[in-house]
Ligand binder design. Structure first.
Ligand code: ADP
Length: 187
């Protein structure tokens, strides 16, 4: 099973993605986590990505496409994975679709975690206080939400057209959202 979690920053993709991946026994692949690890380790990838992440912008596809290909090629992801934080634009979606299709696979479910914008901002500002993520400042949050609307939200129509998009109202408790996702995915 390959499951894509779509949703704005702060929608809870990371939390639900980890729980879902554990239930399914597949890896969760989160490009944001991989990039943050690269920034911390001061690798060339991390050094390049940091400028964009701190500004709340997407890391350019020239940097991200190789990373996505490498992750999909890992043996652990041969038969399933939960994708968190990618694809984030049309070109990345095309790469994911094509890579899976070449293997005779496809996304089994696309889950759109749906949270109103004022709640997203509240959550991200709260996370800033708790975790101190360098891109959780009011200005960067505004940019990230704009980038989501411009580049990532159009993927909702892309997947809705194929009929495997499921909208998950994601303002309830973590447990309520788990129940809803279990209902959709069947596990
Ligand atoms: P959030 O969705 O809460 O903003 P992420 O951890 O998914 O958090 O992403 C943090 C930052 O990492 C993004 O603002 C962006 O700069 C970068 N990033 C993560 N994934 C991608 C991707 N697939 N393509 C481009 N940039 C990405």
């Amino acid at each position: 099973m390959f499951i894509l979690l779509l949703g704005a920053p702060g929608a809870g993709k990371g939390t639900q993605g980890s729980l879902l991946a554990d239930r399914l026994g597949v890896p969760k692949i989160a490009t944001g986590d991989i990039l943050r690890a690269a920034v911390k380790a001061v690798t060339p990838l991390g050094r390049e990505a940091k400028k964009f992440m701190d500004a709340g912008k997407l890391v350019p596809d020239s940097v991200i496409m190789g990373l996505i290909k490498d992750e999909l090629a890992k043996p652990a992801a041969a038969n399933g994975a939960v994708f968190d934080g990618f694809p984030r634009n049309a070109a990345q979606a095309e790469l994911v679709d094509r890579t899976l299709a070449e293997r005779g696979q496809r996304l089994s479910h696309v889950l759109l975690l749906d949270v109103p914008e004022d709640e997203l901002v509240r959550r991200l500002l709260n996370r800033a206080r708790l975790e101190g993520r360098s891109d959780d400042t009011p200005e960067t949050i505004r940019t990230r939400l704009q980038v989501y609307q411009r580049d990532t939200a159009p993927l909702v129509a892309h997947y809705a057209g194929r009929g495997n998009l499921h909208r998950v109202p994601a303002t309830g408790t973590i447990e309520q959202i788990v129940i809803e996702i279990k209902r959709i995915v069947g596990r």
